[in-house]
Design a protein around this ligand. Sequence first.
Ligand SMILES: [Zn+2]
Length: 145
Amino acid sequence: MTVRLNSHLSNEQIEMLRDKLLSEAERIRSNFQLKKHEYENNSISGAKDEVDSANDNILLAADMRFSNRESLYYKKIMKTLSKVESDHYGMCDECGDPITFTRLIARPTSEMCILCKEESEREESQNFFDRRSKSLGTVMSVNGH
Ligand SMILES: [Zn+2]
């Protein structure tokens, strides 16, 4: 018997994580169904004047933005679910360290350990600050001297 790469997770823990991913996927699927249903009901509710259709379009656009985010998350869940089958699940994509079960159960789609995640967020905010200080450059140097 070979030792799994993600041996820090017990079979039971992996089962729990798989269950969580499946129920998240199910939640998004039924949300989609509900929205589709709502939309279909609305569009057969009879003739509408142009103002109504304009409102509908705005609502639909907002809905699609929401759906896009949900569908990205859904894709991520599906990707993670196929990863659960491999022994790479629960390992940090960045440094290869094990991701703790506590972190995974809170966010089963985590691909980085907490340290790498914090690091990448720091870099993001650093980039944000660099961009800002470039545009505010003159103001900053006046304040600095
Ligand atoms: Zn890491």
